[in-house]
Design a binder for this molecule. Structure first.
Ligand code: HEC
Ligand code: HEC
Ligand code: HEC
Ligand code: HEC
Ligand code: HEC
Length: 405
């Protein structure tokens, strides 16, 4: 090839690549990695959150629950996964298994059919393995408001065009690599969080009630204020400034989606005090959040452990009080939220609730230590599904105090 020809060839390849990128940047099958180079801070934060691990291959508890449901309901695991994908993997191509009976039979007998091949391929799709990725939230063009608690996840949204990123700012063409469009659900992002953190009704039981609890609390504080960060000034894509154009400083937030696992957010869950009241000892818990504590996934719990010591410093009495939800099936047997017919008991703290736990003071006690801990999966829940894992079978410290009696 002559120099001129090869130059043209290189230009052509470059143009094609640019075209393909611009076309696909927000597409259904785009992995988050495509955004990482330009949006390092958002990418780093997001990678620490379990939004990035919302897939059966990255989340051992999710895997164990799906496996348990599959055994109890005689459904293939892939069938359960397609159902749960509504929120956990909302862009999974298969939305429903057309012929459930023949699918279950083929899976049980390990016979490969066109249907099993399609389902396996969509569960194992590379972009799906990215979980709640950049291209889930930033491809939401519209949220359909409805009071139907089953119409959540992908059923609540309209995906946007694949060359456009939806975000909080007015488009001024600065991004160049992608078009962008301002949407109200990024300016006031509560509505975006509610797509998955509100509802998910199953057998008449509301499974994910964080959004409902929040609305009942009357709070005006945004989910993003506590779970992303307060707004701060920053540059969105610092490495991509065009020569001669000054990068715009904007009001931005972290992408931490802060929880017990990647932040110190638990410290802000409750206020803990304790005092004598006659012959009783009273522990006061004040929920500082505008939703229940604990909230979210129905297996979460908090333990309030009171340890009484005598003058020698020996422990003479220990009492534990658990904040959790207990679910039961039709026969009254304890089960997991997704298989429940009733909620047997719910001892979690309501939004902003102040609860006093009053117990008789043990004779001879001269001091008490109160430890409040948080569990991603309660002992009760793990026992039902017969599962253990270092991340989920762990007590995260919320608050600890010592008082003289
Ligand atoms: C769970 C939904 C969600 C996911 C996942 C998500 N974002 Fe965002 N993003 C938001 C919200 C909400 C805002 C607006 C925050 C605000 O200003 O209140 C935002 C804002 C932004 C902004 C504007 C500047 C800023 O940081 O506020 C950029 C850039 C961005 N996101 C990039 C990304 C990238 C890159 C990823 C993947 C690594 C990602 N986002 C994943 C919800 C999400
Ligand atoms: C080649 C670099 C580059 C890549 C790749 C890239 N962006 Fe951007 N993005 C930018 C620039 C530049 C801006 C504009 C910055 C500004 O105006 O302050 C921007 C703006 C944004 C905004 C704010 C848009 C608004 O109007 O609110 C979001 C959200 C965003 N990008 C998300 C993403 C996501 C998600 C991906 C991956 C699918 C991605 N970006 C890929 C460079 C990039
Ligand atoms: C498309 C559905 C979806 C949307 C939209 C969504 N989430 Fe989530 N979120 C999930 C799922 C699913 C999980 C559990 C992922 C896992 O652990 O496998 C989760 C987990 C979380 C967690 C716990 C994360 C951790 O690392 O332990 C927090 C906090 C959270 N979301 C907050 C938010 C906030 C705030 C918003 C709105 C800006 C939001 N989410 C929007 C589906 C969503
Ligand atoms: C005032 C701060 C604050 C606000 C506002 C807030 N939260 Fe929380 N959130 C917390 C704290 C603290 C925790 C940890 C204790 C708990 O579970 O209640 C938490 C826990 C959670 C969890 C469970 C995290 C985990 O480990 O899985 C989810 C999900 C969640 N919040 C979602 C939301 C959503 C959605 C909104 C908005 C509707 C919201 N939060 C508003 C402070 C807040
Ligand atoms: C309505 C949307 C929605 C549906 C449908 C849904 N989930 Fe979830 N799931 C969520 C959200 C949101 C969270 C995060 C709540 C939190 O962090 O406390 C979550 C969290 C979880 C967790 C805890 C993960 C962790 O890392 O701690 C498990 C396990 C789980 N879901 C299992 C399932 C199973 C099994 C199904 C199907 C039967 C299902 N979910 C259906 C929205 C949904």
């Amino acid at each position: 090839m002559s120099n001129a020809k090869s130059f043209l060839f290189v230009c052509l390849v470059f143009l094609c690549t640019a075209f393909v990128q611009a076309q696909q940047i927000g597409g259904a099958n785009t992995k988050s990695e495509i955004c990482f180079g330009c949006h390092k801070d958002q990418a780093q934060d997001w990678s620490t959150t379990w939004h990035s691990r919302s897939h059966v291959d990255s989340n051992p508890l999710y895997k164990a629950v799906v496996n348990y449901m599959s055994r109890i309901t005689y459904q293939p695991e892939a069938g359960v996964l397609v159902e749960c994908a509504q929120c956990h993997n909302p862009k999974m191509t298969i939305k429903e298994i057309a012929d459930k009976e023949s699918f279950a039979l083929s899976e049980a007998l390990k016979i490969k059919t066109a249907q099993t091949a399609i389902v396996e391929a969509s569960v194992q799709d590379k972009a799906i393995k990215d979980g709640i990725s950049c291209n889930i939230c930033h491809n939401v063009a519209k949220i359909n408001e409805t009071s139907n608690l089953q119409m959540r996840g992908f059923k609540a949204v309209e995906w946007g065009s694949s060359d456009t990123i939806y975000g909080p700012f007015e488009d001024d063409g600065r991004a160049r690599i992608h078009k962008s469009l301002q949407k109200e659900h990024f300016v006031n992002p509560n509505q975006l969080c509610m797509v998955c953190h509100f509802g998910g009704e199953r057998n008449g039981i509301e499974i994910y009630t964080t959004g409902i609890e929040y609305e009942q609390s009357g709070s005006k504080e945004k989910c993003a204020e506590c779970h992303m960060s307060t707004q701060r000034q920053g540059i969105i894509a610092p490495g991509t400034t065009k020569a001669g154009v000054t990068a715009k400083v904007r009001d931005i937030r972290s992408h931490l989606f802060a929880s017990a696992r990647n932040s110190d957010i638990l410290e802000d869950t409750i206020e803990l005090t304790a005092a004598n009241s006659g012959n009783n000892f009273v522990v006061t818990l004040k929920n500082l959040t505008p939703h229940k504590a604990p909230t979210g996934f129905g297996g979460r719990s908090m333990n309030v452990k009171m340890e009484f010591k005598n003058a020698d410093g020996s422990v003479i009495n220990t009492q534990t009080y658990t904040l959790e939800t207990v679910y039961a099936d039709k026969k009254g047997q304890e089960t997991i939220p997704y298989l429940a017919a009733t909620i047997k008991n719910d001892t979690r703290l309501n939004a902003n609730e102040v609860r006093k736990l009053s117990i008789p003071k043990p004779t001879g006690a001269t001091s008490a230590t109160i430890n409040v801990t948080y569990r991603l999966a309660s002992e009760r829940f793990l026992k039902i599904i017969n599962f253990s894992d270092p991340v989920f079978d762990k007590e995260y410290l919320v608050k600890s105090i010592n008082v003289g009696l």
